[in-house]
Ligand binder design. Structure first.
Ligand SMILES: Cc1cc2nc3c(=O)[nH]c(=O)nc-3n(C[C@H](O)[C@H](O)[C@H](O)COP(=O)(O)OP(=O)(O)OC[C@H]3O[C@@H](n4cnc5c(N)ncnc54)[C@H](O)[C@@H]3O)c2cc1C
Length: 400
């Protein structure tokens, strides 16, 4: 392959959704390149699978709500379980949480406000309620199988003519007069891909590809790809750990996501097992996948869970993993044309929202690329990366 109409860099949920929408809108010669199509280090493979539309900025509520509604049309295939998000709040955050419910409900989310006593009645295992001020319950939110979502996008993209190329890493971008004209793709084996995604320098044969359009969909590696494009972005990759926990006392199989006031989140995983995560504030950026194991569980997860649920005094740490969050300065994604570089586009830094926004974000960028305007979601204009150069920021809560 020596030429592409559109070269998408990164085949995670963002790159795959964009490729699907572009091809279904009639774009030809769409090519997606990734050093590891299986995505072993990609965030699309290592996340918690939560989908919710209870955000604070209209654009984030709208893109999430539209994606959840679309995934509901493929409910069985993507294992969508709309069992809700129960979010517990202490007094310090309760007023702020309540304030945004009207916005969320304007998008048809039917979010309920609950007293601590109501929480105790409806979720009897949550029995340590003293320090709570209230809770929200958003019934249309829930859990999904992110791999199945990505495969759905890829299948439709391939059926519409998209070519997915494995074991290729973007290592240079060519420009002429400020316009993207081509890219260098370095061939890597499995080991080389892993080393490169951990920050190493790749070695391998280089293929030069001419392209009219290039899209940065490289998730946590987007700032590296942006450097190659020549327009740096202020985004960073931060490791986040998730534990798989055993319990014989509490059955969470009828619940969706539960978020504690302490910012620990948990949801049912399999019989006698749940998944629990916590994001320590201030953790430094790194391309690291090291998992601390039992030490992380005992320091960050267990004390917070046991503080809320007496049956969680008895829990067993089973295993876990680390994936990378891709954070922007205001915790909202970058989506649009790359400022000052004709032919370059970006869709990345979802800040923990990349599963739940994937379908709508891909559509928003595809429409911009094909028609020159945001048509279905005019609000997506707010996510242009140009906002970090004096525009209106889209600050978003990020407690998990
Ligand atoms: C622990 C954890 C929990 C999360 N929980 C949730 C959740 O519950 N709900 C939710 O919506 N989101 C969640 N997220 C966030 C979500 O996973 C991401 O926002 C989403 O997967 C981002 O998708 P992406 O396609 O942008 O990036 P990725 O899936 O990371 O894909 C980027 C791809 O780019 C490729 N790449 C990198 N460099 C290059 C290069 N130079 N050339 C070519 N390809 C390259 C990589 O190999 C990778 O496959 C979570 C994330 C983590 C880490």
């Amino acid at each position: 392959m020596d030429a592409a109409g559109t070269l998408i860099v990164g085949a995670g949920l963002a790159g795959s959704a964009l490729a699907m929408h572009l091809a279904e809108m009639g774009a030809r010669d769409v090519v997606v390149a990734d050093p590891d199509l299986a995505g072993a280090r990609s965030s699309s493979q290592l996340n918690a699978g939560g989908v919710r539309a209870t955000w604070w900025r209209p654009v984030n509520v709208e893109l999430c709500a539209a994606t959840i509604d679309e995934l509901a049309r493929h409910r069985e295939r993507v294992a969508l379980r709309q069992r809700g998000y129960l979010w517990l709040h202490g007094p310090e955050r309760w007023a702020e949480a309540r304030e945004h419910v009207a916005l969320q409900n304007r998008f048809g989310r039917d979010v309920e406000l609950l007293t601590p006593a109501e929480v105790g009645r409806r979720w009897p295992f949550i029995d340590r309620l003293d320090d709570l001020a209230g809770a929200t319950f958003s019934p249309h939110d829930g859990l999904v199988d992110p791999n199945a979502v990505r495969e759905l996008y890829r299948e439709r993209a391939r059926a519409a003519g998209v070519l997915f190329l494995d074991r290729l890493l973007l290592t240079a971008v060519r420009t002429e007069d400020g316009r993207v004209t081509g890219a260098s793709l370095t061939t890597v084996d499995a080991e080389g891909a892993d080393a490169a995604l951990r920050g190493g320098a790749p070695e391998g044969a280089v293929t030069e590809v001419a392209c009219g359009r290039l899209v940065n969909a490289a998730g946590p590696w987007a700032s590296r790809v942006a450097d190659l494009i020549g327009v740096p972005v202020p985004c960073r990759a931060v490791p986040r750990q998730i534990c798989v926990v055993g319990t014989r006392d509490v059955d969470l199989s009828h619940d969706g996501m539960i978020v504690d006031a302490s910012d620990v989140y948990l949801h049912h995983e399999a019989d006698g097992m749940f998944l629990a995560g916590y994001s320590p504030p201030g953790d430094p950026p790194a391309y690291s996948f090291d998992y601390e194991g039992r030490a992380f569980f005992e320091r960050e997860i267990w004390p917070r869970l046991a503080h809320r649920v007496s049956a969680f005094d008895r829990l067993e740490h089973l295993r876990g993993w680390t994936g990378l969050y891709e954070l922007s300065p205001d915790n909202s994604a970058l989506l649009g044309a790359v400022p000052g570089r004709e032919g370059a586009f970006e869709i990345h830094s979802f800040s923990g929202r990349g599963v739940m926004q994937s379908w709508a974000a891909g559509l928003a960028l595809a429409e911009l690329m094909e028609t020159g305007a945001h048509r279905t979601f005019p609000s997506a204009a707010a996510l242009s990366g140009a906002r970090f150069d004096g525009g209106e920021l889209q600050p978003e809560e990020l407690h998990i």
